[in-house]
Design a protein around this ligand. Structure first.
Ligand code: NAP
Ligand code: 8YV
Length: 321
C-alpha cells in the first residue's frame, strides 16, 4: 500500500523526523520555496499534519486547503496552535501529548517556585560577582506557613499539588469546575484564589478563553508579598500589568517559564531583579521530549493503521473508520 503523505509544520526531534520519514511521505513545510504552489499541486494527497506548539500554527485556512486531511498530531499537551474548531467542522481529528510530560513539568514548577521565593539565581550571581566577600546575601521569603494557589488543577496542577503537600504548605485551587475528589480549598475565580494565596501558580491552557485571566486585579489580590509563577501559557497573564506590578511593589516577585510572544521576552521583565525567567523548558529533558515525540509518532501510526488515535483532544470527535 502507498505510504500516506503528511505535512510537517517545522523541524521536530530527530526521532520524530526519522520515524515519520520511514513510515510516511513527509513534506517539510518550512523548506518549501513556494507554499501556495506546493499546495496547488499536492493538497489533495495530504492526509496528516505533524504540528508543534512552538512551530507554525495550523490555521483554518490550511485545514480548509487540505481536502484529504484526516488528522493533526501535535507535539505538546497544549494545542492552541491548532484551530480545533476548524478541524472539528471538517471531521479532522487532533491529538496532543498529555501525561508523558506531567511529572517533568511538575518537577520544574517546584524548582521555579523555590528559585523565585529563595532567590536562588540571584544568590548564585551574588557569589560569582564576589559580593559575599563584602556582606552576606539578603534574607529571603519562605515557603513556611504559606498558602499556594493553583490556577488550573489539571494533570500538571495535581502533580504540582502532590509535590507541594510534602512541603507542608496549604493548597488552594481555581478552575471552572470544583473537583469533588480534591480536598484543597476551591475558589471559583482567580481574584478569590489570589486573595487566599501567597504564591499563585498558573497551569491553565492558553487560547482565547484564558487570555489575560491574570490581570491587574488578580495581581493586586495576590498582594505585596505575593509571588506569581507561570508555567501554563504567557497569554494567560497580562504581561504589561505584571511588569507594572513587579516594578511598583504590587507583588514581590515572579517566576516565569512562558511568555506572551516567545521567544521574545520584554526587556522590562529582563530588567526586573525580582524575576526568575526560563526559556519555556518545563518539559525539556531529553527523556520527556522523546516520550512526547514518540506519542506524536504513535498517534499518526495508529491512525493510519486504522486503530484510531491514541490521545485525541476532546474538541474533535473521532469518526468511526
Ligand atoms: P489539563 O489536564 O487539561 O488541565 C488544565 C486545567 O486548567 C484544568 O484543571 C481546567 O480545569 C483548568 N482550566 C481550563 N480553563 C480554565 C479557565 N478558564 N479558568 C481556570 N481554570 C481553567 O492540562 P495539563 O496537562 O495539566 O496542562 C495544562 C497546560 O500547561 C497546557 O495546556 C499547557 O498550556 C501548559 N504546559 C506548559 C508546559 C511548559 O513547558 N511550560 C508544558 C506542558 C504544559 P476546569 O476544566 O475545571 O476549568
Ligand atoms: C513544550 C508545552 O515546550 O506541552 C506543552 O504544551 O508547552 C511544552 O511541553 C512545547 O510543546 C514545545 O513545542
Amino acid at each position: 500500500m502507498a505510504q500516506a503523505e503528511i505535512l510537517m509544520m517545522g523541524p521536530m526531534l530527530p526521532l520524530v523526523m526519522e520515524e515519520l520519514g520511514r513510515r510516511f511521505v513527509v513534506h517539510r513545510l518550512w523548506e518549501l520555496a513556494d507554499e501556495g504552489a506546493f499546495l496547488a499541486a499536492n493538497a489533495g494527497r495530504i492526509r496528516g499534519i505533524a504540528a508543534a506548539v512552538s512551530r507554525a500554527p495550523v490555521r483554518a485556512s490550511l485545514i480548509d486547503a487540505l481536502p484529504a486531511l484526516e488528522i493533526v498530531a501535535n507535539f505538546g499537551v497544549g494545542y492552541e496552535n491548532v484551530d480545533v474548531d476548524a478541524a472539528a467542522r471538517r471531521g479532522v481529528v487532533v491529538t496532543n501529548t498529555p501525561d508523558v510530560l506531567t511529572e517533568e513539568v511538575a518537577d520544574l514548577t517546584i524548582g521555579l517556585v523555590i528559585a523565585t521565593v529563595r532567590r536562588i539565581p540571584e544568590a548564585d550571581r551574588y557569589l560569582r560577582e564576589g559580593r559575599w566577600l563584602a556582606a552576606p546575601f539578603a534574607l529571603t521569603g519562605t515557603l513556611r506557613g504559606r498558602t499556594v494557589g493553583i490556577l488550573g488543577l489539571g494533570r500538571i496542577g495535581r502533580a504540582v499539588a502532590t509535590r507541594l503537600e510534602a512541603f507542608g504548605v496549604a493548597i488552594a485551587y481555581c478552575g471552572r469546575n470544583r473537583q469533588p475528589d480534591m480536598a484543597y480549598a476551591y475558589h471559583p475565580d482567580a481574584v478569590s484564589l489570589a486573595k487566599a494565596s501567597d504564591i499563585l501558580i498558573v497551569v491553565t491552557p492558553g487560547g482565547t478563553e484564558t487570555r489575560g485571566l491574570v490581570d491587574r486585579s488578580v495581581l493586586e489580590a495576590l498582594g505585596r508579598d505575593g509571588v506569581l509563577i507561570n508555567v501554563g501559557r504567557g497569554t494567560v497573564v497580562d504581561e504589561p500589568a505584571l511588569i507594572a506590578a513587579l516594578n511598583d511593589g504590587t507583588i514581590a516577585a515572579a517566576g516565569l517559564d512562558v511568555f506572551a510572544d516567545e521567544p521574545r521576552v520584554p526587556e522590562a521583565l529582563i530588567a526586573c531583579p525580582n524575576t526568575v525567567l526560563l526559556p519555556h523548558v518545563a518539559s525539556a529533558s531529553q527523556y520527556t521530549r522523546n516520550a512526547m515525540g514518540q506519542l506524536v509518532v504513535d498517534n499518526l501510526v495508529a491512525w493510519f493503521e486504522g486503530r484510531g488515535p491514541v490521545t485525541p483532544v476532546t474538541e474533535t470527535p473521532v469518526p468511526a473508520r
